[in-house]
Design a protein around this ligand. Structure first.
Ligand code: GDP
Length: 589
């Protein structure tokens, strides 16, 4: 490597194609140079910094490692609500509090095993032994300091909980199995952590397995902008075996180190608030809610408001089931006394009296009604206005495409658009249809979902409708870049919006001479209207989209038909109807 060459910043790992582009050489040339250095690589393969440095050295460049990779990851997404709510606490009164940890990762990579292994390191928790009930959070002691763990269910159906787990945490421990590497849910977890601006450290699990390949995993992590510390990056990667209980102490010490560099504080005498970890209705005790106190000190007898539930706390127990009277910042507690079951992820706060609590809840119920109609989420149309008004700093995107080959250029194009005045952050880019998980992530981070040559699953559409998430589908790249570009410049023309007016279920299919085949349906929701648009869905697929051309009730032609009634529906030029299909009727406004 020449020491007086041109300086060139390189990441900890880089794809050959990108490297070639960076130094403006042909990739073939580069591959030849690599070969002459004994490295066989194809254009799509990644090389580490050291290898890249040697090769670019031969072209007269002096490579230096790009710094602050990890700082980037906390700049996207929005600051979680509870953090915003305590932003005005008196700095002088802030005291260090235990870090709150969420363990996330791909299914079967060992989240549950790791949580169990950690719990067993704590003698006190061990003594509690045959714990009688499932606890959604626990604390352990390490070096005389407490660490709080949130035990979010690992089940795929609990993405929502995981998204919220990341919202409540100070640090995300990402479990990656050393024999399996970075998988789709690993990427999703990274996206959730970034969206909640929570620092990530990695527990490289299953290192006891004979086919464990830590280096390959580190490479994959680097590709996700999580550059391992031993590669010169900022992401702590701790090898562990949850099964053999190895490396657990290192992991806990690592957590304390990450905690120390993140200034985790709260005001024990400040306003009392925190997050609901989980809640359920118990037949004899009423609502039992597991709360994580994040600021202030919660006491029995306090009046708590959470969402549209409220109540005076009757009893409070710690994670071992022991009754306690007070709980300070980062303490998980189970409480009774709420009049209703709150949702996991909701923020609770203590108010002065039950009268005030009732007033707040009343207001919220009214608000919820209006909000259901006018959700304040980002749509592409609103984006420019929001940025102008200082309410949004940029555009967050989730990108789905049919194949990797189209995903890469799309991401490149979108990143280019973000080089102007308004920042574009791609929180997650992956191949496949738009799923509920994508919509959840978009909702949690006020992002827009872009689909290229893909569809949105039926459940995803429904969720998007409910959460007010904007899904944009494209088939041509320039149409997409044109749209987004226009939005960034405040020039997007108002979009035609689809408004769903009714749904029906196909119960039977009839042959009718005039219309071919006719669907015998029952209207399950709203109404169907002749002349409106319809979509026929079979499972996750849309099998027909077009006009509703005939509508009959018994033997009569009708203009519309309401919920609860049965009817016959014919479609223009389409007769492949099956019983069980779902019919969605909508108008375009
Ligand atoms: P989760 O789905 O992420 O919660 O994963 P689990 O904790 O349920 O673990 C999935 C499987 O991996 C189980 O069969 C565990 O016994 C196994 N497992 C977890 N950790 C380790 C480990 O460190 N080494 C080995 N060999 N197996 C492990």
């Amino acid at each position: 490597m020449s020491s007086n060459g041109r300086k060139l910043e390189l990441p900890a790992s880089i794809v050959i194609r990108d490297l070639a582009q960076k130094i403006e050489k042909s990739p073939i040339d580069l591959i030849k140079k690599l070969m002459s250095n004994g490295v066989m690589a194809t254009i799509n393969q990644t090389v580490d910094f050291d290898t890249a440095a040697i090769v670019v050295g031969e072209y007269g460049f002096d490579a230096v490692l790009e710094v602050a990779e990890e700082e980037k990851q906390v700049e996207t997404g929005e600051v979680p609500l509870w953090r915003q709510m305590i932003a005005d606490e008196n700095k002088a009164l802030l005291k260090p509090r235990p870090p709150v940890i969420t363990i996330l990762g791909h299914v079967d990579h060992g989240k549950t095993s790791l949580l169990d292994a950690i719990r067993q390191t704590d003698v006190a928790a061990g003594e509690a032994g045959g714990i009688t009930q499932h606890i959604a959070a626990y604390q352990i002691e390490k070096k005389g300091r407490l660490i709080t763990f949130l035990d979010t269910p690992g089940h795929a159906a609990f993405t929502q909980m995981r998204a919220r787990g990341a919202q409540g945490a100070d640090i995300v421990v990402l479990v990656v199995a050393a024999d399996d590497g970075v998988m789709p849910q690993t990427k999703e977890a990274i996206a959730h952590a970034k969206a909640a601006r929570v620092p990530i450290m990695v527990a490289l699990n299953k290192v006891d397995k004979s086919n464990a390949n830590p280096d390959r995993v580190k490479q994959q992590l680097a590709e996700q902008e999580l550059v391992p510390d031993d590669w010169g990056g900022n992401t702590m990667v701790v090898p562990v075996s949850a099964k053999q209980k190895q490396g657990i102490d290192d992991l806990l010490e690592g957590i304390l180190l990450v905690a120390d560099s993140n200034d985790i504080k709260g005001n024990p005498s400040g306003k009392v608030l925190g997050t609901v970890i989980e809640a359920e209705l118990d037949k004899s005790k009423g609502t039992i809610a597991t709360l994580l106190v994040q600021n202030g000190t919660l006491e029995t007898g306090d009046v708590v408001v959470v969402g549209t539930a409220y109540g005076k706390l009757r009893a409070m127990t710690d994670y071992k089931g022991k009754p306690i009277k007070k709980a300070g910042p980062s303490t998980p507690v189970a409480v009774t006394g709420l009049n209703d079951v709150p949702s996991a992820g909701d923020i609770f706060a203590v108010v002065e009296s039950e009268k005030i609590a009732r007033a707040i809840v009343g207001e919220r119920l009214d608000e919820a009604k209006t909000k259901a109609q006018f959700r304040k989420k980002v749509s592409l149309e609103d984006l420019f206005a929001n940025v102008k008004a200082g309410e949004a700093k940029g555009l967050n995107l989730i990108v789905k495409a049919d194949v990797q080959g189209s995903l890469d250029p799309i991401v490149t194009e979108l990143n280019k658009l973000g080089e102007g005045e308004i920042n574009v952050s791609i929180l997650h880019a992956e191949t496949g249809n738009i799923s509920v998980n994508d919509v959840m992530l978009a909702s949690a981070s006020s992002a827009i979902v872009i689909g290229f040559n893909v569809q949105a699953d039926v459940d995803a559409r429904r969720m998007a409708e409910k959460e007010g998430v904007d899904i944009r589908l494209y088939e041509i790249i320039y149409r997409m870049t044109e749209d987004i570009g226009k939005a960034l410049n405040g020039m997007l023309e108002p979009k035609l919006v689809e408004k769903i007016i009714g749904r029906a279920q196909v119960l039977q299919v009839f042959a009718a001479s005039k219309f071919g085949r006719v669907a015998g349906c029952k209207v399950t929701d709203g109404e169907l209207k002749r002349g409106a648009k319809v979509r026929l869905q079979r499972g996750a697929d849309v099998v027909y989209e077009g006009d509703l051309s005939s509508l009959r009730h018994e033997k009569d032609d009708v203009k519309e038909i309401r919920q609860g009634y049965e009817c016959g529906v014919g479609f223009k030029n389409f007769s492949d109807i099956q019983s069980g299909d779902q019919l969605v009727c909508y108008v375009v406004e």
